[in-house]
Design a protein around this ligand. Structure first.
Ligand SMILES: [Fe+2]
Length: 324
């Protein structure tokens, strides 16, 4: 399913971060959100955690445990509780600097957004079981070309020791060749069509062609963008700082089919999250309370955000309900 891809067609020659997005498969858009405001969003993320009657206190390390936190995966990725539609996440999606960056990628400011969640990863956790790295790409091996541009809004200082995003630089350029040579029979996904997990043997093929893992460092308010073909995974904090970030993918509204528009409208109305690609193969599940570590459904997961988003024209356009 090839799609018109302005960012790739015009390369090289933008003279800005878009060139790096094409050549390396990722880039950092500096200051997409002003630093102070980004730190306010981080504060709102912690307010969200503290809003549950579970005893979490950001100033008391002894409460940085599963029993005091809403249910999450991989040490701090949140999907339940209607989190994807929390007001602060929608406020971030509406930030001009975020929209402008995706507008530069796609050559249009008429965009729709994914309903992704975010991560709040606390340092010094001792009760997180490591489930592996999950080296993956968020694009089906059956697609070709620059199809989805993923975004991560970084909301705390993120240096080499801090939790963050690892990318296999240049893998975006080699993925199609890899599957052309080795075939496309296998399909390793936890659910969505646009996800593929790589084995160590497959990764070696990329290493043999010079690809190296890079930790992407960023400041509060920086937007990390990557081609969904770029292999990646995340790391938890190993230093002193917490990692706070949200995931945002935007794409041209013109790519949205009527069928997917209806599905996205339902997701928005019912506060359900989606995966990254906003316009096709929407992957979303009906709400079921997340399961706590004692095996029981979390009574605090009603599926409704604690702070409901405002249904402004900008928001409804980003959902795809209101036309541009
Ligand atoms: Fe991913």
């Amino acid at each position: 399913m090839p799609i018109a891809v302005p960012v790739e067609k015009a390369s090289p020659g933008f003279g800005d971060w878009r060139d790096e997005l094409v050549t390396k498969g990722y880039t950092v858009v500096k200051g997409a959100v002003p630093r102070e405001r980004a730190l306010e969003y981080r504060d709102r993320a912690f307010q969200w955690l503290e809003g549950f009657p579970l005893g979490f206190d950001r100033n008391d390390v002894s409460t940085w445990k599963n029993e005091h936190l809403p249910v999450h995966v991989k040490g701090g990725m949140f999907h339940g509780y209607g989190f994807c539609h929390e007001e602060f996440l929608w406020d971030l999606r509406c930030e001009d600097g975020i929209i402008d960056a995706f507008a530069k990628v796609w050559g249009t400011d008429e965009l729709i957004t994914s309903f992704d969640g975010g991560s709040i990863m606390l340092p010094k956790r001792t009760d997180v079981k490591d489930g592996g790295k999950w080296e993956h790409m968020d694009q089906s091996l059956h697609r070709r070309g620059f199809y989805c541009c993923q975004g991560l809004v970084n909301l705390n200082d993120c240096g080499p020791e801090d939790g963050g995003l690892m990318v296999l630089e240049g893998s975006n350029k080699l993925v199609e060749e890899h599957f052309d040579i080795h075939g496309r029979e296998s399909y390793k996904t936890w659910g969505p069509f646009d996800w593929y997990g790589f084995t160590e043997e497959q990764q070696q093929w990329f290493y043999d062609r010079g690809c190296k893992w890079t930790k992407v460092c960023a400041e509060p308010g920086d937007l990390i963008l990557w081609d969904s073909r770029t292999m990646h995974y995340n790391v938890r904090p190993s230093g002193e700082r917490d990692r706070v970030c949200t995931y945002i993918c935007m794409a041209p509204a013109s790519l949205l089919s009527d069928e997917d528009r209806i599905q996205r409208a339902e997701c928005f109305a019912n506060y359900r999250g989606t995966t990254h690609v906003p316009f096709a193969a929407v992957f979303s599940r009906a709400h079921e309370p997340v399961v706590r570590h004692d095996g029981k459904p979390c009574p605090h997961d009603t599926g409704v955000p604690r702070n409901l988003p405002k249904k402004s024209l900008k928001v409804l356009r980003l959902v795809g309900i209101e036309p541009y």
